[in-house]
Design a protein around this ligand. Structure first.
Ligand SMILES: [Zn+2]
Length: 44
């Protein structure tokens, strides 16, 4: 239970999947995975 709550808490703050393709993100990636970022017209 604690582990589940902690996992939910963490995933709230750090969504671990890409917003575009819902693939799991690597460390250092935020919101969108690297392939999707490079595919986007803007890469900030
Ligand atoms: Zn992606």
């Amino acid at each position: 239970m604690v582990r589940t709550a902690l996992s939910d808490f963490v995933s709230l703050i750090f969504p671990r999947t890409c917003l575009a393709c819902e693939q799991a993100l690597s460390r250092g990636e935020q919101h969108i995975c690297t392939p999707c970022r490079t595919a986007l017209p803007y890469t900030d």
